[in-house]
Design a protein around this ligand. Structure first.
Ligand code: 2PG
Ligand code: MG
Length: 446
C-alpha cells in the first residue's frame, strides 16, 4: 500500500485540551486517527510533546507535534510501499531515534501509526460489506481470531486526579461479567449507572460527572475523605447493583484503579527515610499496611481486579502484593508497566502483577503495543485495553480489544460521548460478527 497524502491538525480532546489528528490517503481511501491524553501519567510513558507557549491554550498546544508530522514524518512515508504495520512502525521509531519518542513526540507518531492500521485495513478489505476491516486487520497483525468481545470495566464513580471530591482512589468500576453476551453485560452496567444516580440524588449528593463519565460527589465535608470513605463508595456501588435487580458477586463484580502513585506521601515520616509511604484516608501508610487494607476489602467486597494498588517504583511492595493477593485477584500494572515490553519483562521475571493495562499512547506505536500484549499473553498475564482520561470520538481501542481477543476493556462510564463512542463501536462489532461473536464473561479473569 502506498500513502499519497498526509494531513495533520490540532483538535481538542474531551477536556478541551489540544491533541493531534491525522488523515492518511491512499487512492480513493482515507483514514484518520486522534490521540488521547492521560492525567495520571506514569513516569516511564513515551513523551507527549506540548508547545509550552503560555499564549496558546495555557501552554498545552501541539503545533510542534503537527509540524513534526508535516516536516519529518510525511516526507519519509509518502509514495513508498509498506506491506506490514511492523515495518511502517519501525520506520517511525527510527525517524525519532530516542527510547521514549522525545524527538518527534508520541502524539506525533501514534496517530500516524493508528491511521496506517485503518488505511491498510480499508485497502485490504475487498468485501467492503461491514465495518470489521480494522478489527480483522489488527487480528492479522496480532495472530488472533479477533472475535472476542471484551468484558467492560465501567468506571461509574470517579476520584483521584479525575475529580475533586477528595477521594484518593481514582476509579471505582463495575464489572458485569455474569452474562452471555457483551450487549447484555453493557446493558446491566448502564442500568446500574442510572440506579446509582437515583441513589446519590436521594441522599442529597451531587450527580455531576468526572473526566471519565462516572459520578464524582463529595461524600464528606472534609477536604480529604477520611477513614472508611472508600468502603462507603463501594457500599454505594453494591446498593446500586442490587437495587437495579442484579446480583453482586455473581453477575456484577467490582474493580478498582487505585492510581496510587498519585497518593504517595510527599515526605515519608519514617526514620530510615527509604520506605515508600502512601498518604491514604488521612494517614501515612507503608505498602504492607496498604496491602492489609486491600486484603480486607477483597474479603468484604466482590472485587475481581485491582490496578496500580501500589506505586510505579515500589517493586518490593508490588512483589508482596502479588504474593498475598495474586492468586485470587487480578492485579493490573498500569503506571508500573506503561505498556512497555521492557518494564513488563522485568515484572514477569520478578513475578509481579498478573495483568497488563494496555494504552497505545504510553508506548507510541501499534506494533509496540501488540508486542507488549503478546508478551503478557505468553506469560499468562491477562490484558485490559484502556482509554485515557482525555479522550476523543476515536474508537480505535474498541477494535483493538476485539482484534486481539484481549478479554477486557475499560473505557469509562455510561455517559460522555467520548466514553460511550467506544461502547457503541463494540455493539456494532458484536452485531457485525453475528454468530461468531464470543463473550468470555468471568473466564476473562482466569
Ligand atoms: C488510568 C487512566 C485511564 P489517565 O490511570 O488508568 O483510566 O487514567 O489517562 O489519567 O492516566
Ligand atoms: Mg490506571
Amino acid at each position: 500500500m502506498k500513502i499519497d497524502k498526509c494531513i495533520a491538525r490540532e483538535v481538542l480532546d474531551s477536556r478541551g485540551v489540544p491533541t493531534v489528528e491525522v488523515e492518511l490517503y491512499s487512492g480513493d481511501q482515507k483514514a484518520s486517527a486522534i490521540v488521547p491524553s492521560g492525567a495520571s501519567t506514569g513516569e516511564g510513558e513515551a513523551l507527549e510533546l506540548r508547545d509550552n507557549d503560555p499564549k496558546r491554550y495555557h501552554g498545552k498546544s501541539v503545533l510542534q507535534a503537527v509540524k513534526n508530522i508535516e516536516v519529518e514524518i510525511a516526507p519519509a512515508i509518502l509514495n513508498r510501499d509498506f506491506v506490514r504495520q511492523s515495518i511502517f512502525d519501525d520506520l517511525l521509531c527510527d525517524l525519532d531515534g530516542t527510547p521514549n519518542k522525545s524527538k518527534l513526540g508520541a502524539n506525533a507518531i501514534l496517530p500516524i501509526s493508528m491511521a496506517f492500521a485503518r488505511l491498510q485495513a480499508q485497502c485490504n478489505d475487498t468485501t467492503r460489506i461491514s465495518g470489521l476491516a480494522l478489527t480483522q486487520n489488527l487480528a492479522t497483525s496480532f495472530g488472533s481470531a479477533g472475535i472476542t468481545l471484551p468484558v467492560p470495566l465501567m468506571n461509574i464513580f470517579n476520584g483521584g486526579k479525575h475529580a475533586d471530591n477528595g477521594i484518593a482512589i481514582q476509579e471505582f468500576m463495575i464489572v458485569p461479567c455474569g452474562f452471555d453476551r457483551f450487549s447484555d453485560a453493557l446493558r446491566a452496567g448502564v442500568e446500574v449507572f442510572h440506579q446509582l444516580k437515583k441513589i446519590l440524588h436521594k441522599r442529597g449528593l451531587t450527580t455531576a460527572v468526572g473526566d471519565e463519565g462516572g459520578f464524582a460527589p463529595k461524600i464528606s465535608d472534609e477536604e480529604e475523605a477520611g477513614p472508611g470513605s472508600h468502603e462507603k463508595v463501594m457500599t454505594l456501588l453494591l446498593d446500586a447493583i442490587e437495587s437495579a435487580g442484579y446480583k453482586a458477586g455473581s453477575q456484577i463484580y467490582l474493580a478498582l484503579d487505585c492510581a496510587s502513585s498519585e497518593f504517595l506521601a510527599k515526605n515519608p515520616p519514617n526514620p530510615a527515610g527509604n520506605t515508600v509511604m502512601y498518604h491514604f484516608e488521612g494517614s501515612q501508610r507503608t505498602a504492607d499496611e496498604m496491602i492489609k487494607i486491600y486484603e480486607k476489602w477483597v474479603s468484604y467486597f466482590p472485587i475481581l481486579s485491582i490496578e496500580d494498588g501500589l506505586a510505579e517504583h515500589d517493586w518490593d511492595g508490588w512483589k508482596s502484593l502479588t504474593t498475598k493477593l495474586g492468586k485470587s485477584v487480578q492485579l493490573v500494572g498500569d503506571d508500573l508497566f506503561v505498556t512497555n515490553p521492557e518494564f513488563l519483562k522485568k515484572g514477569i521475571e520478578k513475578g509481579v502483577a498478573n495483568s497488563l493495562l494496555v494504552k497505545l499512547n504510553q508506548i507510541g506505536t501499534v506494533t509496540e503495543t501488540l508486542e507488549a500484549m503478546r508478551m503478557a499473553h505468553q506469560a499468562g498475564y491477562t490484558t485490559v485495553i484502556s482509554h485515557r482520561s482525555g479522550e476523543s470520538e476515536d474508537t480505535f481501542i474498541a477494535d483493538l480489544a476485539v482484534g486481539t481477543d484481549a478479554g477486557q476493556i475499560k473505557t469509562g462510564s455510561a455517559s460522555r460521548t467520548d466514553r460511550t463512542a467506544k461502547y457503541n463501536q463494540l455493539l456494532r462489532i458484536e452485531q457485525w460478527l453475528g454468530g461468531r461473536a464470543k463473550f468470555p464473561g468471568k473466564k476473562a479473569f482466569k
